[in-house]
Design a protein around this ligand. Structure first.
Ligand code: CA
Ligand code: CA
Length: 243
């Protein structure tokens, strides 16, 4: 008896709720389509040229200019965007990260988890003298937005890219055929070995840890005299040219 009464009540409620939902959808659509300043400023990252990405790194709504000569991740610079669309002076990522004398800085920028905010992977290491490689002093996945002064992130976490040798290059790659940018690391593993290590991205958590099976599938085992090939099409695969 109680069951029957509840069902009778439920039907009119559902009938009313549907039109309300549809009506509520209209204003949201209209606002999204309007060319407001904010929508334009927070547009998706795009490629100004093969080695220059324009996208918001500090979360202020203005695109910043990320230059990555040779796509190696070792000479990356950032120019913070301004409200009128111009860019500030070039700042070396190594300096912003506080690299010490003799340290090799590598960095890679992409929207790893596709939340619309650019993220950064960084690695700072002092190369060793002998056959045994040293490990990184700093190796992080830093989800955006990043602080302008030191590229820190509220959600920064350690990444193991610096635990298996000396990262010499850090590049965006496309492995596994999904929509999430991955990492390729040119890694000095010691004793004359120079490998292309890989880290595939997990949509929930970002770049993953070392995985032997993935390494065999997507990586390459090389030597100092025969270095592994490194990807050059990572940014191009995940970003359209700026028009
Ligand atoms: Ca910005
Ligand atoms: Ca992101």
């Amino acid at each position: 008896m109680l069951h029957k009464r509840l069902r009778l009540i439920a039907v009119p409620v559902a009938a009313v709720a549907l039109p309300l939902t549809v009506a509520a959808g209209f204003p949201a659509h209209a606002a999204g389509a309007a060319p407001s300043g904010k929508a334009a400023a927070t547009a998706a990252p795009c490629l100004a040229d093969a080695t220059t990405l324009l996208g918001d790194l500090d979360g202020d709504g203005h695109r910043d200019k990320i230059s990555n000569p040779g796509l190696t991740g070792t000479k990356m610079t950032i120019q913070w965007g301004t409200a009128n669309g111009s860019f500030g002076p070039k700042q070396a990522v190594s300096a912003l990260l506080g690299a010490k004398k003799g340290e090799v800085t590598t960095a890679a920028v992409a929207d790893f988890q596709r939340d619309g905010k650019l993220d950064m992977v960084v690695n700072l290491v002092t190369p060793a003298d002998g056959d045994d490689p040293s490990t990184a002093r700093v190796a992080d996945y830093r989800p955006g937005p990043l602080k302008r002064t030191n590229l820190s992130s509220a959600k920064s976490r350690h990444l193991d890219i610096g635990d298996h040798g000396e990262a010499q290059q850090l590049r965006i790659a496309n492995y596994g055929g999904d929509a999430y940018p991955d990492l390729a690391i040119r890694n000095n593993a010691g004793d004359g070995t120079l490998d292309r290590d890989v880290r595939l991205t997990n949509p929930r958590s970002g770049p993953g840890n070392y995985d032997y099976d993935l390494q065999v599938k997507y990586g390459e085992f090389g030597t100092t005299s025969e270095p592994p090939a490194m990807p050059v099409d990572g940014w191009k695969h995940f970003h359209k040219p700026c028009s």
